[in-house]
Design a protein around this ligand. Structure first.
Ligand code: PLP
Length: 481
């Protein structure tokens, strides 16, 4: 996924060919139903410069097994990104689909609007048991943006129910990605994603993130936490509903918190009556070696948002997990959280999530990540001998390499060089050699790796065997030339 805005619409090839409207799709695709032609004619890919596929093949992935996926030519790729931080237990787990099929035989769908069904009740209870502290109340949704959107609305509704209806603002961090629906986009700190859709939801405020690689040495390590308090004080605490933070921030390249960061943020939130939301759309379900990412850093959020690895993405599902304190005002008399989505808590998605948790428990996935993250990190640290590698950072199975022009001065690439480096060379070269990972320049250019949580030394060695020559070549081609 590129974070850039997609290109402007490319001309419709069938109009250029002058096809009559009724025949367009068949003419474009060919009667053979060739997937390439059909994709180019009909599929609207997300965050994709579709013009790039005018003279290139669309990569069509048709099969997966363990840490690997295969395209329609039968070529194998190491999925170093877990299909966008999603497929935590790996590909090809038939039992997750079988759980959905079993559920379909009993009850394919029923709603959670005023009703409940056994899968949503059982899953909610199971998540509450796994979640830290008193995060005991689970509101199901269908994905990450819905989770963030819902959490912000919940924070506003909570304050209103507690007699503070003016608390509506949300504080988040530069470069953080929290989703694309209008509320979630307001929390997202990436100007190229926001600007085309302004005006956004009122009340978004952004502060510095924790990328200490770019800080001067004398900087107070808790500077980024203090910036949150400054923002709250500037806005007026009585207007601020929530602070939303990922345990490890994805945008900008796996930005880890400083020691004591979350503890300080907790104190600040408590001092000003602001709710703390831990956005764990990526960082939960073992990605950092724990059920929930906040556990790794001793963070005590009031609300957790999650999705992706919750079902290992075998079904689209997300959740907002609220503490007892946050849920309390909505549990009595005529009180109501006036919000919902038809598919929230879909029984088949719940069945998949339960089967996913079964796999994680049976195979000790969290323990596996904690036992092997050191090898993963060591492999990446070993690349520091390459002049283009500026920083290696992350936690668990969620790491990034920041690329630089000059390691000593940390000089980064300008927009043109970055485009040439990432899209002009690295993405293609890595994919060509069979490694799917993310090259990203939402901040300074990074390569992100987030393999399935079953990966071990064999996959780490394979990643190194591809990354090392490709990064060396990138240096020769783009920097040294
Ligand atoms: C931290 C975070 N929040 C929210 C989202 C949005 O999730 P979705 O794409 O499922 O709407 C993402 C997606 O990557 C994310 O990483």
């Amino acid at each position: 996924m590129s974070s850039d805005p997609p290109n402007l619409m490319s001309p419709d090839p069938t109009l250029r060919a002058g096809c009559p409207a009724g025949d367009r799709s068949v003419a474009a695709a060919g009667a053979s139903g060739d997937l390439q032609a059909l994709a180019k004619r009909h599929l609207w890919m997300h965050f994709t410069r579709m013009g790039a596929y005018e003279d290139h093949e669309v990569p069509v992935i048709e099969r997966g097994e363990g840490c690997y996926v295969y395209d329609t030519h039968g070529k194998r790729y190491l999925d170093g990104l877990s299909a966008l931080y999603c497929v935590n237990v790996g590909h090809g787990r038939a039992e997750l689909g079988e759980a959905a099929a079993e559920q379909a035989k009993k009850l394919g769908f029923y709603t959670n609007w005023s009703y409940a069904h056994p899968p949503s009740i059982e899953l909610a209870a199971r998540i509450a048991a796994l979640a830290p502290g008193d995060l005991n109340r689970v509101f199901f949704v269908s994905g990450g943006s819905e989770a963030v959107e819902s959490a912000w609305k919940l924070a506003k509704a909570y304050h209103a129910a507690c007699g503070e209806p003016r608390r509506h603002k949300i504080v988040s961090r530069y470069l953080a990605y929290h989703g694309t629906s209008m509320g979630a986009l307001t929390a997202t700190g990436l100007p190229p994603l926001r600007e085309p859709f302004e005006p956004l939801t009122p009340g978004g405020r952004h502060v510095v993130n924790t990328n200490s690689y770019r800080w001067t040495e004398e900087r107070d390590p808790l500077w980024a936490a203090e910036a949150i308090e400054e923002a709250i004080l500037f806005e007026g605490p009585h207007t601020v509903a929530a602070v939303i933070l990922e345990p490890v921030q994805n945008g900008g390249g796996c930005l880890v918190p400083q020691e004591g960061y979350f503890q300080r943020v907790r104190e600040i939130c408590d001092r000003h009556g602001v709710l703390l939301i831990s956005d764990e759309v990526i960082c939960a379900w073992g990605r950092l070696g724990h059920w929930f990412g906040c556990e790794r850093f001793g963070c005590r959020p009031d609300i957790v948002t999650t999705a992706k690895g919750m079902t290992s993405a075998y079904a689209p599902m997300g959740a907002v997990i609220a503490s007892d304190r946050v849920a309390e005002p909505f549990l009595h008399a005529r009180a109501i959280f006036n919000h919902g989505f038809t598919f929230g808590g879909h029984p088949m998605a719940c069945a998949v999530a339960m089967a996913n948790i079964d796999v994680m428990e049976r195979e000790h996935i969290n323990e596996h990540v904690l036992a092997h993250e050191g090898e993963f990190r060591d492999m990446l640290e070993g690349l520091r001998d390459l002049p283009i590698v500026g920083d290696v950072r992350g936690a668990g199975y969620f790491h990034a390499i920041e690329l630089v022009k000059d390691r000593d001065t940390k000089q980064t690439f300008d927009a043109h060089e970055s485009e040439e480096l990432l899209r002009g060379f690295l993405s293609g070269a890595l994919f060509e050699r069979g490694l799917i990972c993310r090259t990203d320049d939402r901040g300074d250019p990074v390569i992100q790796l987030s393999p399935p949580l079953i990966a071990d030394r064999e996959q780490f060695e394979e990643i190194e065997a591809i990354l090392r020559p490709v990064l060396s070549e990138a240096w020769e081609r783009v920097v040294k030339r």
